[in-house]
Design a protein around this ligand. Structure first.
Ligand code: KIV
Length: 295
């Protein structure tokens, strides 16, 4: 396997200057959209980073799109750390945030802090993301005072799938909107640096975005958030499921990979791969000696 080390940013130093959370905050103030995307391994993180996104989330969605679980619930801290390290090794420009998986911050604030420290110390994450609103305020405060930036996550929070009764759009009634606004203000007051808003009406997300001072990053929350995030595998058609309403596919990696593998199989079966030009050869004097002996 060849290991290419060249990066498009190598010839363009400004493209490699690292993004910071204050820079994301300035983007909100200036009305410039924040571009975020998930990534879970070295190769895709390099591509995502070199394409110039601001924030890469090692999302717990990797449970489904990379590891094949039915939900995000089974993925462990060790699995998340493993993938976060791979992403960290690839990224030069974007901020890298790691999702704290379900169960890693639900046994108490000290337990959550200990796990968050692992993401920073052992995997190089620059922030962690946790799901939930006001009940997470104490944890957000503790992480923030331990110098760990926290991204909140409100609305359709996949770790609450059983409580929600499925993956359902949230924040559709005046009471639910009020509760989300309260959660968003509480997370901001506790020190969160940004909030992901997932699966809620455009109007609800717009209201939260207008009311809070920190950036909102939407997924299935309409165009009025301060930024957008998608799951990488949804963007490139690698998630093996019909796309949700809010997904836009920008490429078809499944078709590309499938045809590449089918062509490879066909060539091997037809003795068309490898060709002579793809083979190593003996030095000519050794080949000549062997030919002489054969005579
Ligand atoms: O795990 C995930 O991918 C997420 C989304 C918000 C992108 O949390």
């Amino acid at each position: 396997m060849s290991v290419p080390h060249f990066r498009s940013s190598d010839t363009n130093p400004s493209a490699s200057s690292p993004i910071t959370f204050p820079a994301l905050q300035q983007k909100k103030q200036a009305g410039r959209p924040i571009v975020a995307l998930t990534a879970y391994d070295y190769a895709t993180a390099r591509l995502v980073d070199e394409a110039g996104v601001d924030l890469i989330l090692v999302g717990d969605s990797l449970a489904q799109v990379v590891l094949g679980y039915d939900s995000t619930l089974p993925v462990t801290v060790d699995e998340m750390l493993h993938h976060t390290r791979a992403v960290r090794r690839a990224v030069r420009h974007a901020l890298v945030a790691a999702d704290m998986p379900w169960g890693s911050y639900h046994l108490g604030v000290d337990h959550g802090l200990a796990n968050a420290v692992r993401f920073v110390k052992e995997a190089g994450a620059q922030a962690v993301k946790i799901e939930g609103g006001a009940p997470r305020a104490e944890l957000v405060e503790r992480l923030t005072s331990a110098e760990i930036p926290v991204i909140g996550h409100l609305g359709l929070t996949p770790q609450s799938v059983h409580k929600m009764g499925g993956y359902k759009v949230q924040g559709k009634t005046p009471a639910a909107i009020g509760a989300l606004l309260h959660d968003a203000h509480t997370l901001e007051a506790a020190g969160a640096v940004a909030i992901v808003l997932e699966g809620m009406p455009r109007e609800t997300a717009a209201r939260i975005t207008a009311e809070i001072g920190i950036p909102t990053i939407g997924i299935g929350a309409g165009p009025d958030c301060d930024g957008q995030i998608l799951v990488f595998h949804d963007l490139v058609n690698l998630s093996f499921s019909p796309p949700a309403k809010f997904v836009r596919r920008y490429g078809d990696a499944a078709a590309l990979f499938r045809s590449a593998v089918e062509n490879y199989r066909r060539d091997v079966e037809a003795h068309a791969f490898p060709a002579d030009a793809e083979s190593y050869h003996l030095p000519s004097e050794v080949a000549a000696t062997l030919a002489d002996r054969d005579c």
